[in-house]
Ligand binder design. Structure first.
Ligand SMILES: [Fe+2]
Length: 264
């Protein structure tokens, strides 16, 4: 086992579904993200990983329509983050790097989910590194290096949304039930919120890019078969660009769970 406190990295070769369920439940109790390497699923990997995830929450079956991006419920479904050569309109299907963000930032509140699961079926032949940073690290760096930005991140409410449909309204950093939360997607800040939000939007974008350059953000390359569980409201995630030509040259699957208490 290795990793910083908020990010656990575990080699799980040979563990069966019951052992993994117990491990993930224990590790996610204290971490924001758990990266599982060298897993050896029996049967269909997506069915296997869903069964693991069921140990920490109720599968929410939320998928975004590939063409419109609108969320909907589809029992048993996973979202494919699949490279497609003709889909430069969408980060989901493009090979460009994706800036740090949280998935739930712009989602209509009834669709926002707490725990995300990535399963990488195929990695690009080069690039495609995953980026993760927890809210506490972002807060500590902002407080120390950019106090004005930190003030804005903790006090200025920001409206997020997509295609005119409202998502969350929240400060970027907040505390709920004693846990630090982060809510951010540069591209989903609704327009027309005034100068304070415009300033925060640009300043935080630059700040996060510097954090990546400075090596403060965890950067690792998933291998085919690896999985990551993470608390979407407590970390930001993104990816570096990658090499791809054909449909599916890189293929990541994603699904979500709600803790049983929250889903009840
Ligand atoms: Fe995402």
């Amino acid at each position: 086992m290795a990793g910083e406190g908020w990010l656990r990295v575990l080699d799980v070769a040979g563990l069966d579904v019951e052992a993994l369920r117990a491990l993930v439940r224990a590790e996610m109790a204290g971490a924001c993200a758990v990266r599982l390497r060298h897993a050896t699923p029996t049967g269909d990997p997506l069915t296997f990983w869903r069964a693991v995830g069921d140990a920490i929450g109720v599968a929410s079956d939320i998928v975004e329509d590939s063409a419109t991006g609108a969320p909907r419920r589809a029992p048993g479904a996973w979202m494919d983050v699949r490279f497609e050569p003709d889909r430069r309109d969408s980060y989901r299907h493009h090979k460009v790097g994706q800036p740090l963000h949280s998935d739930g930032a712009y989602t209509p509140p009834e669709f926002a989910q707490e725990i995300a699961l990535f399963y990488l079926e195929r990695q690009a032949r080069s690039g495609g590194e995953s980026l993760f940073v927890d809210a506490a690290t972002v807060a500590a760096h902002a407080r120390a290096q950019a106090p004005d930005l930190y003030e804005a991140l903790t006090t200025v409410p920001v409206h997020f949304g997509k295609a005119g449909a409202p998502g969350r309204t929240a400060t970027v950093l907040s505390t709920r039930d004693g846990r630090l939360k982060i809510n951010w997607n540069y591209f989903r800040v609704m327009p027309g919120q005034g100068e304070a939000v415009d300033r925060l939007r640009e300043a935080f974008r630059s700040f996060l890019e510097r954090m990546i350059e400075d090596g403060v953000v965890a950067c690792f390359r998933l291998q085919a078969g690896d999985a990551v569980f993470f608390r979407d409201e407590e970390v930001l995630h993104g990816r570096r660009d990658f090499a791809a030509e054909q449909s599916g040259d890189r293929l990541l699957w994603k699904t979500y769970f709600m803790p049983a208490s929250a889903a009840a």
